[in-house]
Design a protein around this ligand. Structure first.
Ligand code: PHE
Length: 452
């Protein structure tokens, strides 16, 4: 039944690294650089930073505080505060269950690319149809998908402290070192300075309403909000830790890695394409098609490719463990079953659900719900619809129904709450408006009415 979640992080740094591991993911690497380049470089970076410390801060603090206050999983945390919001727990719990399987499909692609580079076959990855040939084949992607799920499962089997915290304490520092290492290397490439300038130079003419919408949507996804993840991790956070400071540290990691990913990707693609802005795409094609071509033309490109895909794999893995742990905590919270059994069942279930997303690029490509691939369809339902709705109702619940003091009291129980005034204004007025804008714009974007 409705029990408290057990076990927890042993230290604040463990918690921060795990939460930052969740936040730093594919979004930081394959979407942020593209958006920053498209919407005015330095001016977009500035806008993004402001939104992080206000809007992102508000939502993340809310989720972590709800988790820690109630000590419950995403399913029961809301109803523990107000029984009328039981439905919100159900909605928030569906999100990671939809995302986890298809996220692992992409995780499997990353494993494939890493192995390709590490085994010295990087040149193949740069060939014209390597990526589409690969994702449309029936067998191999399922194999790597399976491996990625098993890797995630092994970490989760270890529990919060010995699994997630330990893995994050290894993977995150390595991830940071690799990112800085590649960024420094890219700086030494001849002719790179134009691209660096292109990425950093503010271009206020590109600061449109769309730029603001794109920044808000990206931030929301990038900080792993409205997926139940921060509630879950918050429920494992020690009652003595300073929540506000922890949130600021997570923001720093998430934004820092996104910024560095841009510093690696934008100038490299820019130099490779001879300054053609259009060469910079977003999403899978940037990572799996354009970048392998860039590596092919870079001195020591295959080594950079191998290290880069290791970085992406670590980023994907620390995000997938946060998704799986969120589901584990929901099930543990509801049924008295051992962690081991839950982990194995979730992994098997996720694999089965992931199969259509994977085959949707090959033999099942004829199935196109709402004219999208199966994977994109799941992404649309979770990211574009459910997540903004969950976050919006959370704001209404905390800001209007319960009053922000529920969160403030929790934060103040273990430290100062320096930004309380800002928090109150955002949770009550500004965040809901932003979330409605995100909801509407992401639906219009998905249907091609606008292009973010
Ligand atoms: N924050 C992640 C990113 O930027 C998104 C994510 C987290 C997705 C956890 C799934 C699970 O890529």
């Amino acid at each position: 039944m409705d029990k408290k979640t057990s076990g927890g992080f042993s230290s604040r740094i463990g918690f921060v690294l795990a939460a930052a591991g969740s936040a730093v993911g594919l979004g930081n690497i394959w979407r942020f650089p593209y958006l920053a380049a498209k919407y005015g470089g330095g001016s977009f970076l500035f806008l993004y930073l402001i939104l992080t410390v206000t809007f992102g801060f508000t939502l993340m603090l809310t989720e972590i505080a709800i988790g820690r206050k109630t000590g419950k999983s995403a399913l029961y945390a809301f109803s523990a505060l107000d029984s009328r919001f039981k439905f919100l727990g159900v909605l928030a719990s569906i999100v990671p269950m939809i995302i986890f399987p298809y996220y692992c499909v992409i995780g499997g692609w990353v494993v494939k690319y890493m192995v390709t580079y590490v085994t010295g076959q990087g040149v193949n990855a740069s060939q014209g149809t390597f990526f589409t040939d690969y994702i449309s084949s029936a067998g191999e992607p399922l194999l790597w998908l399976c491996l990625f799920i098993i890797a995630t499962m092994f970490i989760i089997l270890g529990g919060v402290e010995k699994g997630i915290e330990k893995a994050s304490k290894i993977l995150m520092p390595v991830l940071i070192l690799i990112t800085i290492g590649i960024a420094v290397y890219v700086f030494t490439i001849p002719g790179i300075s134009d691209g660096i300038l292109y990425y950093l130079k503010p271009d206020f003419q590109k600061m449109s309403m769309q730029a603001v919408l794109a920044a808000m949507g990206q931030l929301f996804y990038s900080m792993s909000l409205a997926m139940g993840i921060m509630i879950t991790y918050g429920s494992y956070l020690n009652k003595k830790e300073d929540v506000e400071a922890a949130v600021h540290h997570i923001e720093l990691f998430d934004t820092g890695i996104a910024f560095l990913a841009g510093l690696i990707i934008v100038p490299s693609v820019f130099a490779f394409s001879g300054g053609d802005e259009k060469a910079l795409s977003e999403g899978p094609s940037l990572m799996f098609v354009t970048l392998p071509k860039v590596f092919e033309h870079m001195p020591l490109g295959h080594v950079v490719g191998a290290v880069f895909f290791t970085l992406v794999l670590f980023a994907a893995l620390t995000s997938s463990i946060s998704l799986m742990e969120t589901i584990v905590s929901i099930i543990q919270n509801k049924f008295s079953v051992s962690r081991r059994k839950i982990c194995i069942s979730i992994s098997a279930g996720a694999f089965v659900i992931a199969v259509p997303s994977s085959l949707g690029f090959g033999i099942w490509s004829g199935i196109q719900p709402l004219n999208m691939s199966i994977l994109d369809f799941f992404d649309f339902i979770s990211n574009n619809l459910l997540m903004p709705v969950v976050a919006l109702i959370t704001c209404i619940m905390v800001g209007i129904v319960l009053k922000p003091s529920v969160i403030a009291d929790e934060v103040k129980s273990s430290g100062r709450f320096k930004s309380e005034k800002l928090y109150n204004i955002f949770i009550k007025y500004i965040a809901p408006v932003i979330l409605v804008a995100i909801l509407i714009s992401s639906i219009l974007n998905a249907f091609g009415v606008i292009h973010l």
